[in-house]
Design a protein around this ligand. Structure first.
Ligand SMILES: [Zn+2]
Ligand SMILES: [Zn+2]
Ligand SMILES: [Zn+2]
Ligand SMILES: [Zn+2]
Ligand SMILES: [Zn+2]
Ligand SMILES: [Zn+2]
Length: 1011
């Protein structure tokens, strides 16, 4: 008790006072609920503990052990937040009550909510109950979970990912753990006592959202407070070097979270809704329309009814589905048991409290709640006095305050009628109508003309708590500013540098700068009328006017036409943002990509521009606009850090891309993770442009890797680090480059994202030759080349003549191999949904090969004698070609999803090929059968030549492909020459850290094998 007080600072002490009052009053009114034996002292962090004999196995949220209620050992439960504890643990409880969580926050940081999701075996961080089968939200940054109806009671205590403060001595910057409670991985071990600290039965244990350290509730307070970012410290982008502009734009717009996640989850949800029977559907929709209607107050302890419904779970992959089915069955069984025990509980209750006396009452906490139809439902005994209803209502809104400060009015009447505190609620029940009683919970002003407001120090260099400032209804913001500055010891002469802002810790944390003439006490009274719960989440901050982000706010704009002039880009953007809101600078301009960065010097103008550009149409394309964070790269200089820039193609590999991006956002700083399917690689490269040393991780197919490398080629000269080494997490099919670099054949979801990041830390740097493929057509091109130019992998440099140029990283093919790739490509274009799974892709590829074979056998015209149609010159020497149907020119020794056409054998004629020797290898394929044999590893290709400069004369139209992107190329000359562009890649080291598995990883694997 003593410890918790000193730890929590003045807030706790203050609230504790009001709790003492609360306890006295509530102690008198106990006794209506038979399961509640006695009111006990409130201990720990604001819980309202009552003694309870549990009729089903229950677990202590403090220590995660079972409470032996069944053999007569009572436990305690918090009436407000359902925290359950042993008698022996009561004195040591450190987890704050949900009614207190908001008050404990010093700097509110909003969570970054997912869309509605279904999860299993997770617990709500607000009401601490199971989330199973209820719609819920998850924070994409810190893994905080809430029921949809609990969301508005969530504490805005997300990870702070951009904390740069100008002028702060870098050596003084201390990073603290960011603890989130519960929902730990299976087998999580406590960092202090080394014992298991997770539970599948309740919300227990703590995990640091930065370093992933896990610990018991009691133990985590005894660990050192400082966080070193754990195993990922080398590649973590420290929040102390990042700033984001202070704007009302939600964090998602800056991190770029959600667009696909939302779309995908919505798809799944719709599918599920369709699958459910109509009755279930109705219920699901009712919950959606008015999530709060589903609230069941704990007085009735019957959420089981709602939980009991059956539902399909969260995932879409078949493996997951199977696993889910099993889990569902288990779940249903356990739920049945739970229901049974609850029935029993109710029955035992019924004996001395007949059901007919229980009344369901809707409570609104203000006018705005009434308008929005947001209410809480409480179950109360009809004979209970109004006072008791007030207490129940306060609990249902997670309000911890003296009930005598509140009163009830009737909401259904045209005129609000205050209820007499001594009258039982029974008087409200209209026997003749079916209508449910509805009440307003109102705050009673002790003195409507004066009171206290709390002013918190916002981003001030001092680390003080809030100050209570006496105000009257005439006190202005100006007066408060003066008073607060004096109280914080800042001197009133600096008043012009500060603002008083009103902060509301809603779903999003919203800020509003108050004008000097506004009257804070009146503001508070107004909010109180609208919603009491919102009033408790509103506070005032003394904030320096100067934004730590500085006066350069960058907006990235994409989807503009390519290759315009600077003047043209300027003109287009100026039209969109309007003459009244000009940007201060434009550039860099990425002409090849139709992308531009513009900057503003103040936040308001930037937000205005953001809103006018967002979704704007130009030449039938929606503009893409992103607000970019800033990195203070100078602070990274004297630290041994190599921050990782992560690019994920969320559209690659089915759901894998989306799962990976979510995982990396949680493991790293979300500002270092970018979705290339939403904005491409340029925004990330721009944000990292001043960092002297960093690495890149590209999650996607070979095409994505090529895309990122190509962007690096284009922005290299503008960046301090010109060739950051790139690692690859292969998604989807192909992935020949990833194979060569040992990153595997394709991410399956089996490997834990944490271990991927560790591999990146340990990976070796290796050079990758890059090649330029130039096509000079004989005559005018017939449109095919143009069609290809749109392809993201290749840049079609608009040359004076008709030649086109591509960068090649992997291989270049002419003839048969390209033909097959083209068939495949066309089929995929027509029917993209058929090509989502890797295995399926391979099957189709093989099928097409067979079809080709049949075709070429039946009609000889299908096959080609390529040696007659092309002339090959390597390093100036004409090469005599054997009879072949296709040739493949290789930079890396992997082609066609993992086979080696060159073959492993040593050879007297040719040197050992590598991808950094400045040489290409040329192999021939005799026909479809040969190609098939190569793909199944039975044969290699025919070795034809090796060299650094290749020229091919094509006499007629032939299918070609560069890095697997195929098209038909008209006759002409092709030159392949070494590009000046180099890439440094990361090659995964061979040694596997099996024996030194981290507890987290071990836990993950254990979970995997058990399911
Ligand atoms: Zn315990
Ligand atoms: Zn509590
Ligand atoms: Zn909840
Ligand atoms: Zn969060
Ligand atoms: Zn930590
Ligand atoms: Zn422990």
């Amino acid at each position: 008790m003593r410890r918790s007080r000193s730890m929590a600072g003045p807030e706790i002490a203050h609230i504790q006072e009001s709790l003492d009052v609360d306890r006295r009053t509530s102690a008198d009114s106990e006794g209506t609920d038979s399961s509640v034996s006695a009111s006990v002292d409130q201990l720990g962090h604001g819980h309202f503990f009552v003694k309870k004999s549990f009729h089903k196995p229950s677990y202590c949220h403090h220590c995660a052990d079972m409470i032996w209620s069944l053999i007569g050992v009572p436990g305690y439960v918090c009436e407000v937040c359902n925290f359950v504890a042993h008698d022996k643990c009561m004195k040591n409880v450190v987890s704050p009550c949900s009614s207190l969580a908001a008050a404990l926050i010093k700097n509110p940081v909003p969570h970054c909510w997912s869309d509605f999701i279904h999860v299993k075996r997770k617990f709500c961080n607000v009401c601490r109950k199971r989330l199973d089968d209820m719609w819920c939200f998850r924070c994409e940054i810190c893994d905080y979970y809430v029921h949809s109806e609990c969301q508005e009671f969530a504490a805005s205590n997300c990870r702070e990912c951009a904390t740069y403060t100008p002028g702060k001595d870098p050596s003084q910057i201390i990073q603290y753990h960011h603890w989130t409670e519960g929902n730990l991985l299976n087998n999580a071990k406590c960092a202090l006592c080394r014992k298991s600290c997770w539970s599948s039965e309740c919300l227990t244990g703590y995990r640091c959202a930065w370093c992933t350290t896990t610990a018991h509730a009691a133990c985590h307070k005894n660990l050192p407070q400082e966080c070193d970012f754990g195993p990922l410290k080398k590649i973590m982008l420290p929040p102390s070097v990042v700033t984001i502009p202070r704007t009302e734009l939600p964090m998602e717009t800056i991190v770029g979270v959600l667009s696909y996640k939302k779309a995908r989850d919505r798809d799944i949800r719709e599918k599920e809704q369709k699958e459910k029977d109509p009755k279930e559907k109705e219920r699901g929709e009712a919950t959606l329309l008015s999530p709060r209607a589903a609230i069941s107050d704990d007085l009735s302890s019957s959420t089981g009814n709602l939980n009991g419904k059956d539902s399909s779970g969260e995932s879409s992959s078949s493996k997951e589905r199977k696993r889910r089915k099993e889990r569902d069955r288990e779940e249903r069984e356990s739920e049945k048991k739970e229901r049974d025990s609850q029935k029993e509980e109710r029955r035992s209750k019924d004996e001395d409290e007949p059901d007919s006396d229980a009344e369901l009452v809707k409570v609104f906490d203000g006018n705005s709640s009434m308008r929005r139809k947001v209410f809480r439902t409480i179950t109360i005994n009809r004979n209970a006095p109004t006072k008791e209803v007030v207490e129940a209502a306060l609990r249902s809104f997670y309000i911890k305050d003296d009930p005598s400060n509140y009163y009830l009015t009737e909401a259904n009447e045209a005129e609000e009628r205050t209820l007499d505190p001594s009258t039982p609620i029974r008087s409200l029940v209209k026997e003749d109508t079916q209508e449910k009683s509805a009440l307003f919970l109102r705050y009673r002003d002790k003195d409507p003309n004066k009171g206290f407001i709390k002013v918190y120090p916002g981003n001030l260099k001092s680390s003080q708590g809030y100050k209570s400032i006496p105000v009257t209804s005439d006190t202005t913001v100006d007066d408060v500013l003066e008073y607060a500055l004096r109280k914080f010891g800042l001197g009133t002469t600096t008043k012009s540098k500060y603002n008083l802002i009103e902060v509301t810790m809603d779903n999003r944390v919203t800020e509003r700068i108050l004008t000097h003439a506004e009257k804070p006490w009146r503001i508070m009274q107004q909010i109180r009328k609208e919603s009491i719960h919102q009033m408790l989440k509103t506070r005032f901050y003394l904030q320096e006017k100067e934004d730590p982000h500085g006066s350069s706010i960058a907006l990235f704009i994409g989807n503009l036409p390519q290759s315009l002039s600077q003047r043209q880009y300027h003109g287009i953007l100026q039209t969109f943002v309007g003459d009244s809101n000009p940007f201060v600078s434009i550039g860099p301009i990425y002409y090849e990509y139709g992308s531009v960065v513009i900057t503003y010097d103040n936040n308001e103008a930037a937000v205005k521009a953001f809103n006018s550009l967002k979704g704007a149409l130009f030449e039938e394309k929606n503009l893409l606009v992103m607000l970019l964070p800033n990195i203070q790269a100078q602070l990274l200089d004297h630290r041994d850090l190599t921050p990782l820039l992560v690019f994920v193609n969320a559209k690659s590999g089915g759901c894998q891309g989306q799962d990976l991006i979510a995982a990396f956002r949680k493991l790293l700083n979300p500002y270092q993770v970018f979705d290339v399917s939403n904005g491409g690689p340029l925004p990330g490269l721009y944000v990292f442009r001043n960092i002297p040393k960093y690495r890149i991780l590209i999650c996607g197919g070979d095409g994505t890797v090529g895309w990122v490398l190509q962007c690096l080629d284009n922005v290299g000269q503008d960046s301090v680090c010109q060739t950051p080494p790139c690692g690859v997490v292969p998604l989807g099919t192909g992935n020949d480059l990833a194979r060569v670099l040992r990153w595997g054949t394709g991410y399956t979801g089996d490997e834990e994202p944490m271990s991927i990041l560790k591999d990146v830390i340990e990976a070796d740097e290796i050079r990758l030759d890059r090649w330029t493929v130039v096509f000079h057509p004989d005559e005018k091109p017939e449109g095919e080349v143009k069609a290809v130019a749109a392809c993201q992998v290749m840049s079609n440099s608009a040359a004076e003549d008709n030649s086109s140029m591509f960068v090649m990283n992997n291989y270049f093919g002419i003839g048969l191999d390209a033909d097959l790739a083209l068939d495949f490509h066309n089929a995929r274009e027509e029917n993209p949904e058929k090509f989502s799974s890797r295995l399926h892709n391979k099957r189709i590829y093989v099928k097409m090969g067979l079809r080709k074979m049949v075709k070429s056998r039946s009609a000889k015209s299908g096959s080609r004698d390529l040696q007659k149609e092309i002339e090959l010159e390597v390093d100036g020497k004409l090469i005599e070609l054997p009879p072949v149907e296709g040739i493949i020119i290789l930079n890396i020794l992997s082609w066609g999803a993992g086979c080696n056409p060159w073959g492993p054998e040593r050879d007297d004629v040719f040197g050992k090929p590598t991808h950094w020797d400045g040489m290409l290898e040329v192999v021939g394929v005799t026909g479809v059968v040969h190609l098939g044999q190569m793909q199944s590893g039975l044969r290699s290709g025919i070795r034809i030549a090796q060299g650094g400069h290749i020229r091919i004369k094509m006499k007629g139209e032939l299918p070609v492909h560069v890095d697997g992107e195929p098209w038909n190329q008209g006759s002409g000359q092709v030159t392949v020459l070494r590009s000046a562009l180099r890439a440094t890649m990361l090659k995964k080291t061979k040694i596997k850290r099996r024996n030194t598995m981290e507890p987290r990883q071990a836990a993950f694997e254990a979970e995997r094998s058990s399911s």
